[in-house]
Each structure stands twice: as C-alpha cells, then as structure tokens.
Design a protein around this ligand. Structure first.
Ligand SMILES: [Zn+2]
Length: 70
C-alpha cells in the first residue's frame, strides 16, 4: 500500500490507477475525453466539462475532439 492518497479513476469507471499521481487507468483518459465531448454536444456547458479534465494535455485533446465533432 501507499501513503499517497490515490483517488478513483477520473473517468468514473470505479477503478483505481496503478501508480500514485496517475489520474486514470491506461487508456481511460481518452475515454473520459470522449464522454465529456459527447456531454457538451448534448448541451452541457463546455467550461464545466473541461474543468473535469485536470491536465493541460487532456484539455487540449478535449478541444481538438470537440472541434472535430462539432
Ligand atoms: Zn477509468
């Protein structure tokens, strides 16, 4: 066990990332981005969706996917 508090995978799958500091299980960052893009296209506020992505790289990927699917 680790003393670092390890939260659940941010995508909402309920899994726990293997490494302290990781936010996602492998590949789940992309899954989370796709889910949020779908939410925005369905009417969710974009700023709120982007705020769920806690890294700059995930946010830029979100922006890219949103433009592709808009
Ligand atoms: Zn996950």
């Amino acid at each position: 066990m680790t003393t670092t508090e390890q939260g659940a995978c941010l995508c909402g799958c309920g899994g726990t990332p293997a490494y302290p500091g990781s936010r996602y299980l492998p590949g789940h960052d992309r899954r989370h981005i796709e889910q949020l893009v779908s939410d925005v296209l369905a009417g969710r506020e974009e700023a709120g969706a982007r705020a769920e992505l806690q890294t700059a790289s995930a946010q830029s990927e979100f922006d890219r996917r949103l433009v592709e699917r808009a």
